[in-house]
Design a protein around this ligand. Structure first.
Ligand code: IVH
Length: 706
């Protein structure tokens, strides 16, 4: 009944599950951040992220370029100005048990090269479920504030933040010339309940007006939980509305700063208080791992009595010099973690099984359930992953099912409460035809996924591909969101990616649609024009070829340099054993399955026609320069061997990657540098033999400027 154990999965299972997780998590991120309308509980979400992380740890070669571990939050919504954070706003990894917290501490020790006896001091802070914000102070004056957004830039909500009484307008001196303060905006439970009651009344009054045939203003939103209430309140376009909402602010971190305000996090919290911020009074310095474990139990026991909702405790390594050395991996710091409270279960009724059709034709079953409250959020949907999962669980429409939200397990239907099964229930028959286009849906070889064979004739696949094509990480065409794509597709104006670039010929047709004013049309057409030249890697990624995520697209773009060269090589690679095929196979990171997928894509005449049609409209540019491009290690392949003195191997490798290098384990002709520490063995010898450049630790440090 549980999700299959990670060690039992084949690589293929993992590929599929990672793809599903990437898609599901992205969707939930959108629902949560952009729409403030989550469909699953936070614990279910966390379980998805944890499962993804566990899969990636076991199959590091399968980490997707669009992996949720590399991404945070949602893009900014329309209506607010964008605001770029001085330093990215990141997220936290989660742990759920003493063991996992122990592993987190072990990783810190290993990275820093500490012994087991050296104590790790933390600061524990209750993790309030609100909305994180970034506040910029210059010369002690509050300049602007923004939501997290996609982590790099958020929405400028300065006017709204100024309505929060506990936000200091000026800091008490002394203070750094410039500093970003991070904290959480939230609503207390009691405030939430009375606010919701007000909204319910307003909603009823509105219904009464509707019944009386009166004109109605904007719909009244009834928030599902305090977090949504806080998010909805802070993101009001009219700050006067925000001013009526009972929002609070707690500060707990900093971003970019002109100077370091403290040496420990604990002292930093004291500074925050002195400057005038409210810091959670329950935050406490804990001088060991064991003290953290006690704190977790203590806060857990007192949780229900708190005035606000918390979903766990954040533990931050107290020493800031250590925080700096540890740095970040993916979207989370290595020096902090959120220890979440255990999950809950709930029972509800399965109303339906919906089939969603993805970009590559995958049919994914989704459970539609009678809404049920699990830990404060109403859950209506759960993924059932694939056909076999439905069969294995024998879930039937009308069944009473048990929902699970817990650590390493995918949030899912745990199983059926058989005693409650209806006498006339029927096993679920998975559709053999695509629900969107009626084409046969087949399972290829060992594929656990049933796929629609309709290809580009399937409207669901086509719109999903178009959505992918214009999405932020692909062609990034602003103003062509999901709804507009669907609309333009239904109206027959866009069938293929190239059609998007011919939309300007349909200006008059567009102007005839309701809600399509001159300004909207011009803005959209301008956004489209602006993307006629994009980096080759974006272009390749945007094509939506199976298994070609951002990372692989980048590898291909870097290797082949131009669209023409890539296209010719992919066609030539059709012949197994050909030089082109060998070359494709030799690209680091492009395995046989990916090569196969590319070759197949190019072997399909319709794909080639669509590509050429598109290439007539768009001219992809060579690979974008990265910011690490100036470092001597940019795009170089490096190997570290032996014991380093100034930093651990992990730390050195992370630094090399930050400088744009690719770190590998073994020395070959392709290696550019081998950094040799004490007692280096065969790798140093191999490097000498192959004539690869060898650096001592000192030389390496010198070149990094560290
Ligand atoms: S520190 C790099 N401290 O949790 C450190 N975050 O999962 C980033 N949160 O976006 C955050 N209480 O919204 C931090 N005491 C606390 C927190 C806290 C709640 C939220 C915050 C953040 C999310 C990370």
């Amino acid at each position: 009944m549980k999700a299959p154990a990670i060690q039992d999965l084949t690589e293929l299972d993992a590929v599929i599950e990672l793809a599903e997780l990437a898609r599901d998590i992205a969707r939930h991120d959108r629902l949560y951040h952009a729409k403030d309308q989550p469909e699953i509980t936070d614990a279910e979400y966390d379980a998805l992220v944890a499962r993804n992380r566990a899969l990636e740890a076991r199959f590091p070669q399968l980490i997707r370029s669009d992996s949720p571990s590399r991404r945070i939050g949602a893009p900014v919504a329309e209506g607010f100005a964008k605001s770029r954070h001085g330093e990215p706003m990141l997220s936290l990894d989660n742990v759920f048990s003493v063991e996992e917290f122990g592993d987190f501490c072990k990783r810190i020790r290993r990275f820093l090269g500490l012994t087991d006896t050296e104590a790790l001091a933390f600061v524990g802070e209750p993790k309030i479920d609100g909305l994180s914000i970034n506040l910029l102070y210059e010369d002690g004056v509050f300049i602007k504030g923004a939501t997290r957004g996609d982590g790099a830039e958020g929405e400028d909500v300065t006017a709204n933040l100024l309505t929060i009484p506990s936000l200091p307008r000026r800091l008490t001196a002394p203070f750094p010339a410039s500093i970003e303060i991070r904290g959480e905006v939230f609503m207390e439970k009691a405030d939430f309940l009375s606010f919701r009651a007000t909204q319910e009344e307003a909603s009823e009054a509105r219904e009464a007006r509707r019944a009386a045939g009166e004109k109605l203003g904007e719909a009244v939103v009834i928030p599902a939980n305090p977090r949504n209430a806080a998010a909805g309140s802070l993101r009001q376009l009219d700050a006067r509305i925000t001013a009526t909402r009972p929002l609070k602010l707690l500060a707990y971190a900093m971003g970019a700063a002109s100077e370091a305000p403290a040496e420990t996090h604990h002292d930093f919290l004291d500074e925050l208080r002195r400057w005038g911020f409210t810091v959670n009074p329950l935050s406490r310095r804990l001088d060991s791992e064991g003290a953290a474990e006690h704190f977790q139990a203590e806060i857990g026991a007192g949780r229900a009595a708190l005035a606000y909702d918390i979903d766990g405790v954040v533990y931050k390594l107290d020493r800031i010099d250590w925080q700096r050395r540890l740095g970040f991996v993916g979207r989370a710091p290595r020096w902090a973690v959120a220890w979440k409270f255990p999950a809950e279960q709930a029972v509800t009724k399965l109303l339906d099984i919906e089939i969603q059709v993805g970009r590559t034709g995958a049919l994914t079953p989704r459970a539609v359930m009678e809404p049920v409250n699990v830990g404060g959020v109403v859950v209506r949907h759960a993924t059932l992953h694939n056909e076999d999962e439905v069969t294995r669980k024998d879930v039937r429409i009308g069944d009473t099912v048990m929902l699970q939200r817990a650590g390493d397990v995918i949030p899912q239907i745990l199983g059926v409460v058989l005693e409650k099964r209806l006498a006339d229930s029927q096993p679920y028959a998975f559709p053999l035809n695509c629900p969107a286009c009626g084409s046969h849906a087949i399972r290829d070889g060992e594929d656990v996924v049933r796929r629609c064979t309709g290809g580009l004739t399937c409207p669901a696949q086509t719109t999903e591909r178009l959505r992918h094509f214009v999405s932020r990480r692909a062609m990034d065409i602003e103003g062509l969101g999901e709804e507009n794509i669907q609309f333009l597709f239904d109206a027959g104006l866009i069938k293929s990616p190239a059609d998007i670039f011919r939309l300007h010929q349909k200006r008059e047709t567009l102007a005839g649609f309701e809600g399509w004013g001159e300004r909207k049309i011009s803005k959209l057409l301008e956004a489209i024009e602006a993307r006629r030249s994009v980096a080759l890697e974006r272009f390749i990624f945007a094509l939506g070829i199976r298994r070609i995520g951002e990372q692989n697209a980048k590898l291909l773009a870097r290797h082949y340099h131009s669209l023409e060269a890539w296209r010719a090589a992919m066609i030539a690679a059709h012949i197994i054993g050909s030089e082109a095929r060998e070359e494709l196979g030799s690209i680091q990171g492009i395995g046989p399955a990916i090569a196969e997928e590319l070759v197949e894509f190019f072997a399909e005449p319709r794909n080639l026609a669509a590509l050429d049609d598109l290439a007539a409209e768009v001219s992809p540019l060579p690979v974008e320069e990265t910011s690490a491009a100036d470092s001597p290690f940019a795009a170089k392949t490096m190997v570290f061997t032996g014991t380093l003195e100034k930093m651990t191997r992990d730390e050195a490798e992370a630094l090399a990657e930050r400088l744009g290098a690719k770190v590998t384990k073994s020395v070959s002709k392709k290696t550019d540098f081998v950094v040799v520490g004490a007692d280096a063995g065969s790798k140093a010898a191999k490097a000498a033999e192959l004539g690869v450049k060898v650096l001592t630790e000192a030389e390496w440090l010198e070149m990094t400027g560290a």
